[in-house]
Design a protein around this ligand. Structure first.
Ligand code: BEZ
Length: 212
C-alpha cells in the first residue's frame, strides 16, 4: 500500500457493494466522487452519517458528485444495517456501501490506522475529480461524525477553483467573494475578473464569485 497524496490518481478497484459488484471508475464515469469510510456496521455515529448523506444526495447530484461509502463488513450485514439506517434516520439509502470484509479497498486507500484500531477503518474522505485525481483527503477519528455541509462547501470550492484562477477564503460559501490566485499580477487580474478586483494588499485581492 502506497501513501496517497493530493494530486495522485485515485486507485481503481472492483468490489462487492450493497448494490452489487461494481468497478469504481465505471461507477464514477465522468462525475466527481466522494469515497468515505466508516469504522463498522451497526455503529451509532456511522448510522447518523449514512442517513445524513442519503438526505444530502440531491445536493451532491446537483454538483455532479457520486457518493460511495465503505465499511469493513460483508454485504449481508450492510443490507441488514441499511434497514436500520432507513428506519432510524427516516430516509432511504440511495448510494452503495462497499463491503470490504477482506479490507482490500481500505488497505488500498490507507483507511485503517492501527494506532486507532487495526481491524476497523477510521472516517476517511476522498474527493476525486472527473480526471480521477485526488483533490481532497480528510481523516476523522471514529468518535467524531463528519459535517456534510462542509463536504458540500468544499466541493463547491474544489469545483470553482478547478475552472477559475481563484482560491476561496476562510469559511467561504458559494456566491461569496473569492481570492485572486497569488500567481496573477493585479493588472492582469483586472482584465480577467471583469466584475472588479479589490486590492486590500498586493498579495490579498478579492473579486466577486466569477460564476455568479
Ligand atoms: C460509531 O460509528 O458510532 C463509532 C464507531 C466506532 C467507535 C466509536 C463510534
Amino acid at each position: 500500500m502506497a501513501t496517497i497524496r493530493l494530486g495522485d490518481t485515485a486507485p481503481d478497484f472492483t468490489a462487492e457493494t450493497s448494490e452489487g459488484t461494481l468497478n469504481f471508475y465505471e461507477y464514477l464515469g465522468d462525475s466527481w466522487g466522494i469515497l468515505f469510510s466508516h469504522p463498522a456496521d451497526f455503529t451509532p455515529v456511522c448510522t447518523t452519517e449514512l442517513g445524513t448523506a442519503a438526505k444530502f444526495k440531491e445536493e451532491f447530484d446537483k454538483r455532479n458528485v457520486k457518493m460511495i461509502a465503505l465499511s469493513v463488513d460483508p454485504k449481508d450485514s450492510h443490507l441488514k444495517w441499511i434497514e436500520d439506517i432507513n428506519e432510524t434516520q427516516q430516509t432511504t439509502m440511495n448510494f452503495p456501501i462497499i463491503a470490504d470484509a477482506d479490507k482490500k479497498v481500505s488497505t488500498l486507500y490507507d483507511m485503517i490506522h492501527p494506532k486507532a484500531n487495526d481491524s476497523q477503518t477510521v472516517r476517511s474522505v476522498y474527493i476525486i475529480a472527473p480526471d480521477k485525481t485526488v483533490k481532497l483527503m480528510l481523516t476523522y477519528p471514529a468518535s467524531t461524525g463528519r459535517n456534510f455541509y462542509e463536504l458540500l462547501r468544499v466541493t463547491d470550492s474544489l469545483q470553482l477553483t478547478a475552472h477559475h484562477k481563484v482560491a476561496t477564503p476562510a469559511n467561504w460559501k458559494n456566491g461569496e467573494k473569492v481570492v485572486v490566485s497569488p500567481s496573477i499580477p493585479t493588472a492582469e487580474a483586472k482584465k480577467i475578473f471583469v466584475k472588479g478586483v479589490e486590492e486590500i494588499r498586493p498579495y490579498l485581492r478579492l473579486t466577486p464569485d466569477p460564476t455568479t
